[in-house]
Design a protein around this ligand. Sequence first.
Ligand code: NDP
Length: 296
Amino acid sequence: MTARVIDGKAFAARLRDRIADHAHAFEERAGRKAGLAVVLVGEDPASEVYVRSKARATVEAGMASFEFKLPADAAEAELLDRIAKLNADPAVDGILVQLPLPRHMNEDKVIAAIDPNKDVDGFHVVNAGRLAVGQHGFVPCTPLGCLMLLKDQLGSLEGLDAVVIGRSNIVGKPMAALLTRENATVTLAHSRTKDLPDVVRRADIVVAAVGRPGMVRGSWIKPGAIVLDVGINRVEGEGGKTRLVGDVAYDEAKEVAGAITPVPGGVGPMTIAVLLRNTVVSAYRREGLDLPKDAI
Ligand code: NDP
């Protein structure tokens, strides 16, 4: 059996079109555009690329993009002051501080300074708490994007066995919470898990978010399982060129799985699309307008 390849790029493009419609409708009703502010500290080239593509996608979706750059040696107080201004700015519905921050800044303190109701990345402890107890809040973009892909493939996740590999605050833990909310039976695996191949072999749904190229082998996959590969790893390919690979040994796993996301072009494109979704949802909430049904 060869797995269906889940085209995250096409799914994300359709989601972005829907978000653009909602952003347009929001502007007509509220008399202003939904707005996303992105703050970048320092000159990390990868972060600069992310920030630029987020800003471009925001504008393409018919929303306002506000970008702020602080030098790498900026004082933490300067960043906190910028966040306080954005918290108070009625034109800003979403605030994103690009991580990682320079070493002299405390990430927890910076994230805690963001108004939880503008925290479209879903990293604030208030939003993590809301997800844990089942209240409305913002859910981190990558796991929410994974959930959307899973529901598109499977419809209901009820009663399915899911294994999430990796327990970070931005991917693994919120992914496990979302799957639990959907009535899957969830195992959250990590570096101390015993007999990981056996644990993964039980799963109808596998989400790999580890950061180790090709760690999950084809022989670990239950035939017909759905495999989502969150990993983004740069490895040296032919001729010394770097290429991106996931955490799953794709060529092996696709011979066993029922469906699988490729890297690149699987989970990756979902992240920005969900960021736009969270921003437009924030805008509707902040203006007290009814949310579009398909934005949930
Ligand atoms: P972290 O480094 O924060 O977490 C990695 C997790 O993997 C940890 O929980 C760790 O366990 C676990 N782990 C490490 N080694 C093993 C092992 N041998 N067996 C089982 N578990 C192991 O990573 P992130 O969650 O931030 O990211 C994971 C991957 O996803 C990365 O490749 C990253 O680039 C990618 N990513 C992609 C995104 C996107 O598509 N847009 C967004 C975010 C991340 P322990 O807790 O025990 O140390």
